[in-house]
Design a protein around this ligand. Sequence first.
Ligand code: FAD
Length: 313
Amino acid sequence: MSAEAIHGEEQHDVVIVGAGTAGVSCALECFDIQLDAVVLEADERPGGQLVEIVNSVRNVAVGTFRDGPAVRDSLEEAAAILSHRLRLSHPVTRVDLGDRWIEAGPHRIRGRALVIATGTAHQQLAGAEDGAFGGDVTSLLEARSGRFVGRDVVVIGGGDSAALDALELAREGSKVWLVHRSDALTARHDIVEQVRREKRIEQLARWELESVDGSDRLEGVTLVRRADGARRHLEAGGLVVKIARVPRTDLVRGQLELNRKGAIIVDPTMHTSCDGVFAAGDVVAGAYARVAAALGQGSVAARSVLRYLQGEN
Ligand SMILES: Cc1cc2nc3c(=O)[nH]c(=O)nc-3n(C[C@H](O)[C@H](O)[C@H](O)COP(=O)(O)OP(=O)(O)OC[C@H]3O[C@@H](n4cnc5c(N)ncnc54)[C@H](O)[C@@H]3O)c2cc1C
């Protein structure tokens, strides 16, 4: 955006990009230690990917939650104290890490320190992008509730969410092929047991998606087994893609050190390779993608910012 299009400029101690678990945790810690922080969030509500968790969340020591949206509600309640410091529907479109400013719409906001907490996004498969074939290809089954009833469906992925979606579809009466590249499912053991018991689910280990076909609607998919080049065509009316997510680092690419997966490399204090710029949560290289880990990293990042700013004075 040109300088003329910028309406005024603000300055804060810390500017946090992303109000998922890590960003909110960082902002709350900043609030507690009296750092002047603002958080910019693209979505209308905080919580990021929490909304996608359909299973119960039992591994966050502060409580047992019915599902991800329940964790999100709790996070949102805690974030209320941030008041105007939490700016929702404010996608950050540009950053200059060297000069430490970000742009969100017509606003430029400077921080003495920045924290990147932009999390991860769904990975799209070439030719089978989210919403293709009139919505028969999806990465978010909940958003297409009821759509696949009575249709055969291919689910791609071997983790918790792929397995849970396969179970949900089978419960609705679909025949489901659960396709994954690995030798075995990597989902939680109790979920794997449920998959094993469900007769409508056929597991296809060591296969991957090669192509999809159809016109207005999806008609089928072709799988390939890389080990021996074997191919298999499945007539399916739905394709649910639940493969590994990718770090959202387009904004900062070229301005700090990323690993080969595009995740941000940090030291143990969550400091990135760029002076005064920190990162936290799933966007960080080697992150253990868990709510508790994101909460902890957000908090550590805030404390490290404080130390950094004290050292600056
Ligand atoms: C299906 C599923 C099931 C899971 N199950 C569990 C579980 O049972 N237990 C568990 O502990 N963990 C689970 N997780 C993992 C857990 O949800 C994540 O590790 C955690 O929520 C990551 O938080 P985060 O803040 O790092 O990232 P995110 O939640 O991805 O948040 C990043 C935020 O940044 C915002 N953002 C991105 N770019 C911009 C931008 N340019 N401008 C402004 N805002 C931006 C996004 O809108 C988002 O709100 C699950 C995840 C999924 C997807």
